[in-house]
Structures are given as structure tokens and as C-alpha cells.
Design a protein around this ligand. Structure first.
Ligand SMILES: Cc1cc2nc3c(=O)[nH]c(=O)nc-3n(C[C@H](O)[C@H](O)[C@H](O)COP(=O)(O)O)c2cc1C
Length: 128
């Protein structure tokens, strides 16, 4: 799980990112969810470690966002988004206001708090 700041956020940029993600991720065994808001991307990526490392390296280089920061990296017993190449959510399920984020709420959050919005998204979107 990482966070970043969108650079020039708009719906066509988001659509481009999601279409690439949905094309590439199934081939790599990757699933996950991207929470997006004008001030924030928060992405959970799950799958084989080597595939995640390769994707994260590309994401770090992507100039459609800035200040990419790893928040959590852990072994997961079970996927939260087994049926989603990359679910997107425009942050209604997010806890933190833009002000909270600015004030460092994500860096201060513990792993359980970081997982919580994704857990809610996952139960709201079981997929096929
Ligand atoms: C916030 C954000 C999330 C992204 N998520 C993914 C993703 O889940 N899968 C993916 O393949 N690319 C993702 N990308 C795009 C990658 O940075 C990169 O542009 C892409 O993987 C290159 O793929 P291509 O060589 O097939 O064009 C994301 C980019 C951003 C800015």
C-alpha cells in the first residue's frame, strides 16, 4: 500500500491509469484497489512479490503523480480484492479529510487503520 499526490488529476487521466492497470494486472496475477481523490492516491496492490516489485518500480517513475510513499508492505493470507484487476473508488469510503491527509494522518495511522477503508471497499464490492 502506498500513497501519492496526483499531478493534474482529472477523469481522463484516471481512466487512462485504470485501463492500463486492467490490461496489465491480470497477466501478472495482480489485483487491488485504487482510492482516488484530487489530493490523494491510495493504492493497495496484491499478488506475487516479484510482480508487485516490478509494478511498484514503474509506479515510482510515473509522472502522473508525485511524492509516492510506501505505507505498508506485508504478507497477506488472503486477497481483499480477488475479483478485481484494479477496483477504483473516488474516496467516499475514505476516513481522512484532505486536511487530515495534509496534516500527516496517513503516516500516523497504524496498519489496521490503513487497511480499514480497503476492508470496507472490499465488502461493498465482492465482485463476481
Ligand atoms: C496512481 C497510479 C496507479 C497505477 N496503477 C497501475 C496498476 O495497477 N497496474 C499497472 O500496470 N500500471 C499502473 N499504473 C501505471 C504505471 O505507472 C505504468 O505507467 C504502466 O504500468 C506502464 O504500462 P505499459 O507499459 O503497459 O503502458 C499506475 C499509475 C499511477 C499514477
Amino acid at each position: 500500500m502506498y500513497r501519492s499526490q496526483p499531478f493534474g488529476f482529472d477523469t481522463s487521466m484516471l481512466a487512462g491509469i485504470l485501463s492500463t492497470a486492467r490490461r496489465n494486472n491480470p497477466r501478472q496475477g495482480i489485483t487491488g484497489a485504487l482510492i482516488c481523490r484530487h489530493d490523494l492516491y491510495l493504492q493497495l496492490i496484491e499478488g506475487p512479490e516479484s510482480a508487485i516489485d516490478a509494478l511498484y518500480a514503474r509506479i515510482l517513475e510515473d509522472d502522473r503523480h508525485a511524492n509516492v510513499e510506501l505505507l505498508l508492505s506485508e504478507d497477506m493470507g488472503e486477497r481483499m480484492f480477488p475479483n478485481w484487476a484494479m477496483l477504483d473508488d473516488e474516496a467516499p469510503s475514505l476516513f481522512w479529510s484532505a486536511q487530515d491527509v495534509e496534516a500527516g494522518a496517513l503516516e500516523a495511522a497504524d496498519p489496521e487503520e490503513l487497511r480499514a477503508p480497503f476492508a470496507r471497499l472490499s465488502s461493498a464490492n465482492p465482485g463476481d
